[in-house]
Write a protein that binds this ligand. Structure first.
Ligand code: GLV
Ligand code: MN
Ligand code: MN
Length: 418
């Protein structure tokens, strides 16, 4: 098959990445980025993207949850398209590359093929998925979950943010109307879906490799624990009488860490990233604590087993400390496998570009976890400095990004030609 040599404008792409990074909550100083779904900054970022898509001559469509699709029409527009893309929302105090490299890089891959004079047979579509990050509504990938049928509109509408506002209300106020059920993709909407992303781990850098070819995405789960004790005056209540919800939660959190550290599976990871203490006063005994658990493993069955064991341990600690605990699982998703045909196409692209690569597993989750349910899926990873991500100092170099974009472009060219 004769494939084009993409003509990448890396300076332009880097300028766009920096411009997007500047669209961030003013409360965080650069280089930190915070862009939470359906906030004014999220909407501003979408506007910016919309303009770029139009400049590239792409047909833009936005669905009821705000997923944004930009299509480069192929010569056989009725055939299932080849999809790419990622997210532009950013957790509090994030870096500027997570997700954005896959969206703006996806756009640059298309532009680089346009510059090379390539004419796709199948349409190529870049997607910006709504809310890959779980920051606002507790679970991530709401856009791709809805597109793939992994989440029903009913369940989505039951999600509430920290202010108690429902997902459906918030998305409508943000300007996204229409029926959520219409977000579900038609059968064979995509013939393949491929996402470019920074690795968010240290392996590629340590092994001095250009590209990671993802063969599977680990299984994520999220749970929320509410511990209820008894509040009171920090001076007046003596220690034997206390039922301190935070002290109990602390023991639970340490038990979670110990359980994860003792796992037979080295891939199991557990993180408690949010703790909310009520009433949160210096001189008041905590009466209620809500904390989250993010639990992942490549082995979904082991992840589920550990989740059940953590639940048992938390109950045991609550009884011994005479507090109450309630917990609920927000999501417990199975892992996803990449499609061999897509993996092979990425590998051929790296060979063509003379880039070094390895097969690897994605420990972070991505919208591709859900796209794998509706399309043959693959992912391209590029190294990031020190493996650092979800931090302001997240960094991939222009050369590393260019290698990722060119690998993506050739993969898209091949998959859109078949
Ligand atoms: C995605 O942001 C993840 O937490 O893996
Ligand atoms: Mn992220
Ligand atoms: Mn991401």
């Amino acid at each position: 098959m004769s494939l084009p040599s993409p003509v990448t404008d890396i300076d332009r792409l880097m300028a766009e990445l920096h411009q997007l990074a500047s669209i961030s909550d003013a409360s965080v100083p650069p280089p930190a980025v915070t862009r939470v779904v359906f906030t004014p900054k999220d909407l501003e970022a979408r506007e910016y993207l919309h303009g770029l898509y139009q400049d590239a001559g792409l047909e833009v469509r936005v669905d009821a949850i705000g997923n944004m699709f930009a299509r480069w029409r192929g010569s056989k527009p009725d055939l299932p398209a080849v999809g790419t893309g990622s997210h532009t929302d950013a957790i509090p105090h994030a870096g500027m590359y997570d997700g954005t490299v896959g969206v703006l890089g996806g756009l640059e891959a298309i532009r680089s093929l346009q510059r090379a004079g390539f004419q796709p047979r199948r349409s190529i579509e870049v997607v910006m998925f709504t809310s890959e990050e779980p920051t606002r509504f507790g679970i991530g990938c709401t856009g791709s979950r809805l597109m793939s049928g992994a989440l029903t509109p009913d369940l989505l509408s039951q999600l509430r943010d920290g202010e108690g506002d429902g997902y459906d209300t918030v998305r409508r106020v943000a300007g996204f109307q229409g029926e959520l059920k219409d977000c579900l993709l038609m059968d064979e909407y995509y013939s393949a879906f491929i996402e470019l992303h920074i690795e968010q781990g240290p392996m590629l850098e340590q092994e001095q490799l250009d590209i990671g070819i993802v063969t599977a995405i680990a299984a994520p789960a999220t749970a929320e624990f509410t511990v209820m004790g008894e509040g009171g005056h920090a001076g007046g209540v003596l220690m034997p009488a206390r039922r301190d919800a935070l002290a109990a939660a602390s023991e639970m959190i340490l038990a979670i860490e110990a359980r994860a550290k003792g796992s037979v599976s080295p891939d199991l990871v557990a993180t408690v990233g949010c703790v909310d203490v009520h009433p949160g006063a210096v001189n008041s005994i905590p009466s209620r604590v809500v904390f989250t658990l993010d639990l992942r493993d490549i082995d979904g069955a082991n992840r589920d087993l550990v989740l059940r064991e953590i639940g048992d341990q938390v109950e045991t600690i609550s009884k011994r400390r005479n507090v109450e605990v309630e917990w609920r699982v927000l999501n417990a998703d199975p892992p996803a496998l990449s499609d061999q045909r897509v993996v092979d196409a990425v590998e051929r692209a790296t060979n063509r570009l003379k880039l070094s690569s390895r097969k690897m597993i994605s420990r972070a989750y991505h919208d591709s976890l859900f796209m794998a349910r509706v399309a043959p899926m693959g992912m391209i990873f590029i190294p990031c400095r020190g493996g650092v991500s979800h931090r302001p100092d997240e960094y991939s170099s222009p050369e590393q990004i260019k290698a990722g974009v060119e690998t993506l472009a050739i993969t898209l060219a091949e998959l859109s030609s078949s």
